[in-house]
Design a protein around this ligand. Structure first.
Ligand code: ADP
Ligand code: ASP
Ligand code: MG
Length: 346
């Protein structure tokens, strides 16, 4: 990451909050509105950022039902895949040490979250159990490089660890939050590393798991990136695919909107970290966003768009570190208030 982020408290976590916080609007109880928030790896890097992101969720949860999808903390998936490389090179001791480093990193974040003693103890136990599974994965490694099956199991630990930590951050702020491993409902083919989800089956299974949580006003914190074959083998949907997982969860829940929270103010004409001329785009159609994503705009995974278009959900790309900015709206043509905002809020 090439710039420092100030973490101001958000006053507008979701474009839904452009509206007032009245709970009734034309007879419709806005608390029944469902939004899916996806947080990328840089938004989750460390306890301070997790708590900041959790405040955005808390704010939105005042007026909507919120489901969260998380990436691994920034750098963790690369780290896990470097363990695979070490294993393939026969460097078992190194691989084992790096697995311990990965667990240690998450335990440090846990400590920095400063949970109450009881929750901290429970969380530590949960993370250590996952760490134990990770170590077991390393020690029982069988070279399955061709199929990618072992690789996906290894890579899945990043999101499994971050989902638990993020749920703890939400609990720390007083919200009921439940970590959900997406392999419980995102059913995929067995093309490891690039698995394709079976959307209808995932939808059916996902609704059974997620809807009761939303009904209780608990926030499900779902792992991005991960699915499973029908016989229960963990798969991943491709690098950078947690955005797609966000869209899958939004689709499963028939969410009104999906917000991709990232580290820039929205989608630009070019990578704003690389080009001083890059212009923020306020409003895009699904096709326009798809073309930009396919053209390499890493800020949004291209697979989000066809799914969003099919279910006509509005997708926002917003900056976790600058939540006052409106972000980019992708969807059917906006109403007048959106059009006015898009001219004024950048
Ligand atoms: P996250 O971890 O939140 O998923 P990513 O690193 O995957 O974030 O995507 C955000 C990054 O995408 C930005 O920091 C930016 O450097 C890059 N990027 C590339 N092209 C664009 C673009 N056209 N508009 C905005 N960001 C872009
Ligand atoms: N953690 C995964 C990756 O680094 C997925 C994601 O972050 O979107 O590719
Ligand atoms: Mg990304």
């Amino acid at each position: 990451m090439n710039r420092e982020h100030g973490l101001e408290e958000a006053s507008e976590p979701s474009p839904a909050a452009h509206q007032s916080e009245d709970l009734c609007c034309g007879g419709v109880d806005k608390r029944n509105k469902v939004v899916a928030f996806k947080f990328g790896g840089s938004s989750l890097l460390g306890a301070e950022r997790m708590l900041h992101a959790a405040r955005l969720v808390r704010q939105a949860a005042k007026v909507s039902k919120v489901a969260v999808v998380v990436s691994a903390m920034k750098g963790v998936t690369d780290h896990l895949l470097s363990i695979e490389k070490a294993l393939l090179a026969g460097k078992l001791v190194h691989a084992r040490r790096e697995a311990e480093v990965a667990l240690g990193l998450h335990l440090e974040v846990l400590e920095d979250l400063r949970l109450d003693e009881e929750t901290d103890r429970r969380m530590r136990h949960e993370l250590e159990l996952l760490g134990h599974d990770l170590l077991h994965e390393v020690l029982s490694w069988k070279d399955g490089a061709a199929s990618g099956e072992s690789s996906d199991r290894l890579a899945s630990f990043g999101e499994r660890l971050s989902a638990r930590l993020f749920a703890a951050a939400l609990q720390q702020l007083g919200l009921a939050a439940v970590p959900v491993t997406s392999s419980e409902f995102v059913l995929t083919c067995d093309t490891f590393r690039h698995a394709q989800p079976h959307l209808q089956q995932s939808r059916q299974r996902g609704r059974k798991i997620l809807l009761p949580l939303l009904e209780e006003r608990a926030v499900p914190v779902v792992t991005g990136f991960i699915g499973a074959t029908p016989d229960g083998r963990i798969t991943t949907l491709g690098r950078n695919s947690s955005d797609f997982s966000g869209a899958i969860v939004a689709y499963v829940l028939e969410a009104d909107e999906l917000v991709i929270w990232t580290d820039v103010d929205g989608i630009y004409t070019a990578n704003p970290q690389e080009s001083a001329e890059a212009q923020l785009l306020h409003e895009l159609s699904y096709d326009e966003a798809h073309a930009l994503a396919r053209g390499g705009a890493k800020v949004l995974h291209p697979k989000v768009l066809p799914l969003a278009a099919e279910s006509e959900m509005v997708v926002w790309v917003r900056n976790t570190f600058n939540p006052q900015a409106r972000g980019t709206r992708i969807g059917p043509p906006g109403d007048l208030s959106d059009a006015l905002l898009s001219g004024g809020a950048a």
